[in-house]
Design a protein around this ligand. Sequence first.
Ligand code: ATP
Length: 486
Amino acid sequence: MYLRACIKQPEKREKHLFRKEASKVTKFVFDEDIYKLIVEQLDVAVITDKNGRYVYVTKSWEEYYGIKLEDIKGKYVRDVFPTSRIHEALETKQSLIGIPAPLVNEKQEQGFCSYIPIIKDGEVAAGFIHVIFHSEKSALDFSKRLNAMMDELNYYKQEVKQLRKSKYSMDDIIGKSDLVLDLKEQIQRAAKSSSTVLIEGETGCGKELVAHSIHHLSERASKPLIKINCAAIPSELFESELFGYEYGAFTGADKKGKKGKFEMASGGSLFLDEINQMPLVMQPKLLRVLQENEVEKIGGKESIPINIRLIAASNTSLEKMISDNTFRSDLFYRLNVLNIKVPALRERKEDIPLLVDHMIKKFNFQLGLSVQGIHSNVIEKFREYEWPGNIRELQNVVERGMNMALTGVMEWKHFEAYFENKSLRHVERHKKNGDLLIKQAKKNLEKEILLESLEKYGSNKTRCAKELGISRTLLYKKIKEYDLKV
Ligand SMILES: Nc1ncnc2c1ncn2[C@@H]1O[C@H](COP(=O)(O)OP(=O)(O)OP(=O)(O)O)[C@@H](O)[C@H]1O
């Protein structure tokens, strides 16, 4: 009968259950012993009255300090431990958590206490003291564990940073100037072919970025891009680095032999950075490999066919090196099938605001900063500078400024010192060399203009002279003076 009524009226059933549960609770007597047993679970702990006098201490507390409850019950805590801060918690009604307290025990160990006021109906009813760490040693152990975890976290942060760093694509090439748009078109064209590319440009202007972009846009993108920095390899190791060696090839060689970079890049691209630093003796060896499409390991008997796309970069003019006999012309022609010239930053200063914006976002993320931007007058000053170190220099300057500003908007004061030194050096150099410097600068400019025009009009000297606004005789004189190849 009753159940049927409950199904029809669920609220009746709920009322009934609640009454049943409530009656169970009232039968359970929550006496003082049970409170004490609960407090015992907290190890070293104290209960005080609202005035900070001992009411109860746990057994662990008694053992830890060697003091019995009956000897201190009713005593003011600070009369026993003058450094205790329970009075502060009781007066302010605020908990004090994890406070170092020089608690005195036999071993003279440091304790860490929490002082908690117990509030009833808005008024302090009692106090509670909990010793969190029994000793300085346990605190130190905890802090060591925390430090070890932080080290591990930093290690993984670095790993993630490294992984993020190693992948460049064309989206990483920032800039909207005509020169950058043209550069991107050249990259796309180069990516469609498998021919060797020679990337030329001043230091720090983004040649490596271009090499990565070509590889990532090419059909070899899923295969490795192996980089060798020719300036960083000692000349005696060049051959083994490039071609590898067989088991027992020479004393000191790895027992198992070693794969060369050509083999490692198989199916992908091989990027020879700073090719201008390749030793002269190595150059014909590289040329042979490129012509025959196979490598022979040091100490090996067989030739290994190679399938790589070669990308080379140089930060000096290889043509100039040929005329100085420091680079072989045959290798140059083999490398220079496709040629990409990366513009210097001073040729595309209109990209500076975009580049700086990009760098601020990047460094905020990488260094955990919160710089909001840069003042427009700083950008104006940046435009006045010639940036011999190109984008790498700009990047370093922005990072430096961000580390000074940390937050907010970067101002000129964050960069002043860097540029002051620069301009000082500049002025001093001018003072020292005086006239000579101006004469040399004039000559350099004249030579540059002549070279450009000769490259444009080739053998047509009449057209060339007309374009330059000089006579044919003077043109021939200048060609001779500067020893220009025509
Ligand atoms: N257009 C660009 N946009 C954003 N960052 C760039 C750009 N060009 C270069 N960088 C950055 O500038 C730095 C230098 O670039 P990179 O190493 O490609 O120069 P490089 O010409 O190969 O220099 P080097 O001749 O010294 O080897 C890198 O950190 C790169 O990410």
